[in-house]
Structure formats: structure tokens, C-alpha cells
Design a protein around this ligand. Structure first.
Ligand SMILES: [Zn+2]
Ligand SMILES: [Zn+2]
Length: 273
């Protein structure tokens, strides 16, 4: 328990910075799935998104922590009605946070106003681990803040469970976007329950038929359950969004203002159906 508590107390930003260094180096050294140049340029533009999020979180993370603590003090939520072992609470808690994030993600694809922000994450035409950092800071802060608050309130999850969830989620998201060659058997075994990297990459396919699938961050099980699971061989995937294909639309400045621009979604021709 002591080890767990000291793990949770580590600042998540240190973990993210450490993972950026580790993944960036490994992708440089090991055999990769896709070739692409100008990785430092790609990293710097994606990193700026995270830098803005870091500044916003100086205020916002405090709001989320305060709210979740308030629910705990008032013993709000379904899990207070039953008695279950602590490890079951943690396991259920992670599944519930993931479920809440699944619905927030699904809504982001269908509510036009939210899509304006969410498309920033989908705009990347080349993928490596730093694509995880490419999310509009306003979207990332509201998505994860509110999905954590909603799940905590409904199910009665405390800060400790939330801490464990993020400790699992963040490395998973690095792995899912990383430019490594992942074996196909992984998708046929672990991929029955867990979102494997190749399965998340299907979500980054330009063709809208695939973009609107595989929403879950940790448990692909949610997509299988709610009928949004799709598969496509990773070597056939074209990343990004057609309307963001031009190099000048891949910059930090363009992406940060893009939610406020009227950019028409270029529909897929349905060739992949
Ligand atoms: Zn998405
Ligand atoms: Zn992604």
C-alpha cells in the first residue's frame, strides 16, 4: 500500500516528461512501423500543445481534485452502497473511468462544436508517441476533467483510484500512438479486451468509417459491447484528416486556432467499407 501511495504521489507531469524521452529514443533506435522525417519538428509542435495544457492545469487540476475530494467526504456514489474489497474497487474504478471517457470520446465525434476541438488529435498525418500530446488543450482539460468528475460522482471513486487510473492510462496512450512494430497476434489475444496500439491506430484512419470506431482508451471491450469496434490492417492505414493534410496545417499555431475556423470535413468516398 505504501508503494502504491508513493507511486500516486508522483507528479504526472514528471511521468509524461520521462515517457517522452524514453519513447522518443526507443522509436529512434528500434525498428519502426512507419518511416518519417523531421521527428524533432513533429515533437516540438505536439509538445507545445502539452505545454499549454500544463499551464491551464495549474488551475484546473486543483478544481478536479477539490471536486472529487468533496464527493468522497460526502460519500456520494454507488460503491458506498456495497461492501467490496479494495482491489475490486480499484479494478472497477479503472473500468468505470474508462467507460466515462469512452462516452465523452464518442460524443466528441458527433457533436459538431466538440469535434472542432477533437479533430486536432486526429489531424496528425504521421504518428509516433508524441501524437498522444497532440490534443487541443481546452478539449483535453475539459474531457478528462469532466469525465473523471462524472465517474467519481456516480460511482463514488476517490482520488486514490483516480491516481491509479492515470498511472495506467498515460503509459497506455504513449504505447498506443508509438511508432513501433507490434505483433499481429497481440490484437487477436489481448485485443479482445485491451485497446492494443494497432487497434487505436484504426481510430486515426482518414476514412470516417474507421475514424468513428475504437473509442476506448484502455478497454476495447467497451467498443465491442457498444458496437463501435472495427478492424483494419495497420499497414493499410492512412493517418490524419484530409482537410489537415497540407504541411502548413500541421503547425501548433494553425491547430490551436483551428477550432475557431470554419473547416469543412472532407467526406471519405466509402472506399474502405
Ligand atoms: Zn477520436
Ligand atoms: Zn489517438
Amino acid at each position: 500500500m505504501k508503494t502504491l501511495e508513493s507511486l500516486i504521489s508522483i507528479n504526472l507531469d514528471y511521468i509524461i516528461l520521462g515517457l517522452i524521452v524514453v519513447f522518443f529514443t526507443l522509436e529512434q533506435v528500434l525498428g519502426t512501423q512507419f518511416k518519417f522525417n523531421r521527428r524533432l519538428h513533429h515533437l516540438s509542435h505536439n509538445f507545445l500543445m502539452y505545454a499549454v495544457l500544463f499551464v491551464l492545469n495549474l488551475f484546473w487540476a486543483g478544481v478536479v481534485v477539490f471536486t472529487v475530494n468533496w464527493f468522497t467526504e460526502h460519500q456520494l456514489g454507488l460503491l458506498y452502497l456495497v461492501e467490496i474489497p479494495l482491489w475490486v474497487t480499484f479494478l472497477l474504478g479503472i473500468a468505470v473511468y474508462d467507460l466515462s471517457s469512452y462516452w465523452f470520446h464518442r460524443a466528441a465525434h458527433f457533436l459538431p462544436l466538440v469535434w472542432r476541438f477533437h479533430r486536432v488529435h486526429h489531424s496528425d498525418t504521421t504518428m509516433d508517441s508524441t501524437t498522444f500530446l497532440r490534443g487541443h488543450p481546452l478539449e483535453t482539460m475539459f474531457w478528462f476533467g469532466f469525465s473523471s468528475i462524472v465517474a467519481s460522482a456516480v460511482f463514488g471513486l476517490d482520488l486514490k483510484t483516480l491516481g491509479i487510473y492515470y498511472l495506467i492510462l498515460i503509459p497506455m496512450l504513449f504505447l498506443e500512438h508509438a511508432n513501433f512494430k507490434y505483433p499481429k497476434w497481440l490484437d487477436k489475444t489481448l485485443g479482445l479486451i485491451i485497446t492494443t496500439p494497432n487497434l487505436h491506430k484504426v481510430h486515426h484512419e482518414q476514412d470516417e468509417y474507421y475514424t468513428n470506431s475504437n473509442y476506448a482508451d484502455i478497454f476495447i471491450f467497451w467498443d465491442r459491447l457498444f458496437g463501435t469496434f472495427k478492424h483494419k490492417p495497420v499497414e493499410d492505414i492512412t493517418f490524419g484528416l484530409q482537410e489537415f493534410n497540407a504541411p502548413e496545417k500541421q503547425t501548433f499555431w494553425y491547430l490551436i486556432i483551428s477550432p475557431f475556423l470554419n473547416i469543412k470535413r472532407i467526406p471519405s468516398e466509402g472506399k474502405n467499407k
